[in-house]
Write a new protein. Structure first.
Length: 157
């Protein structure tokens, strides 16, 4: 099997594993993301009725005027904001992120977090899972710790 075909098989396998656990409903649709080299596309899908409820892309006029190149994190964040605006206008407040075969990293993460900040709750942390602290909180904790005594130097006799 040549490398391109093997890569496609791996991608399809990852996509099936991710989508097996996610089903979009009218109350909590599936936020499906497609990433090309030049653009990013996102849509909210109700799988039970097979309908796309809202969509946004870096190829749309509103995003293209602000960001001519749609293949970066800034454009992905803008697409997430636009998708959240459209979803909230239609009364959708929750979504399940379907990252497809992509890692939840970079443009995919930026889009999901921007949608979350825009009012579409899709990046909820699971209970019992550790959440990374912001750097400001870590610095505040470091300041609260008492000063440690200096260690004595060992001398060779």
């Amino acid at each position: 099997m040549d490398s391109q075909k093997a890569k496609l098989v791996r991608q399809l396998r990852r996509r099936r594993h991710v989508r097996r656990r996610i089903t979009g409903t009218a109350e909590r649709p599936r936020l499906s993301v497609y990433r090309s080299s030049k653009h990013i596309y996102a849509q909210l899908i109700d799988d039970l009725s097979g309908v796309t409820l809202a969509a946004a892309s870096s190829n749309s006029e509103a995003v293209r005027t602000a960001f001519p190149y749609g293949g970066n994190i800034k454009a992905a964040a803008e697409v997430g904001k636009k998708l959240a605006e459209v979803a909230v206008a239609k009364g959708i407040t929750k979504a399940a992120v379907d990252r497809g075969h992509y890692k939840y990293h970079g443009r995919i993460k930026a889009l999901a977090e921007a949608a979350n900040a825009g009012g579409l709750k899709c990046c909820e942390h699971k209970p019992g899972k550790k959440i990374k602290e912001a750097p400001a909180k870590a610095e505040a904790k470091a300041e609260k710790k008492p000063a440690q005594k200096p260690k004595k130097e060992k001398t060779k006799a």
